[in-house]
Design a binder for this molecule. Sequence first.
Ligand code: GDP
Length: 304
Amino acid sequence: LNQLRQGLGKTRRSLVNQLKAVVGQGPLNEDAIYEIEALLLQADVGVEATDKIIEALQAKMREATLPPEAAIRYLKTILRQMLDSPLDGDHNLLFVPESERLNIWLMVGVNGAGKTTTIGKLTHIAKKSGYTCLIAAADTFRAAAVEQVKVWGARSGVEVISNPGQNTDPASVVFDAIAAAQARNTELLLVDTAGRLQNKKNLMDELSKVRRIIDKKAPGANVEALLVLDSTLGQNGVRQAQVFSQAANLSGVVLTKLDGTAKGGVALAVVQQLGLPIRFIGAGEGIEDLRPFSSYEFVEALLS
Ligand code: GDP
């Protein structure tokens, strides 16, 4: 928890102290709620999620007098419920690959969001937990991307399936990688994809094609499409996410670079606006700096 607190340092500094000052005056009142609203918006929680949080606080305040500790405790409850809301019931389950089965995690997101780094960190976690793992280097658009993912693969001893030819089709790399995974009974196949947004149609077509290949070639696999989102982009990132959501049938989000931003509240905007659960959070560039998302841990790290 301390590590996460440190990671969320910038968001915490702008949120915790001010929130305590606002709430700490006495029983919660309309003025304090108004200031909480401003603080939430400042932390990039987004209008939609902020409105919901404020409405819940107001409703509670009408029901009962809320001294400072009770107000903070209730605020934490609202945030946790919001973060868990896309999960209908299974929110105690950490997000892990299903064992003895092929799990394919398709990683999507714009260039620079942290896809390759996240794949590197995920293979590290997967290996440590004893899963057999492969990487498909399907970001064939940037030659450097394939090299970069190979460096990460080598760090945790995970093989990278790539196609050395120029202008290769990402779907063919994915096809080869699935064949390799099936032949070896691999449990987790991580697929790196291209993230150029300049040409939305190409990107969507490419992702849809990759998705079709996966569904056709590996019908029994457990497929997750995880959007890697740079939290420093705040609300802009959420808008980008919508493009990917249409192309890749997203099932979750990895929020990166929480260490570099005061916009950590964007986690709530993501959940509220996209209706997707956050599965991992990145708070640093190192191989250990990725952790499975827990709403409890996140809210405690943010507000205590
Ligand atoms: P991709 O284009 O989506 O594959 O993005 P990369 O994985 O190449 O990451 C882009 C940059 O963001 C690199 O310099 C990474 O080191 C950095 N990065 C990725 N995740 C994090 C994170 O959680 N925290 C910080 N501070 N930097 C990160």
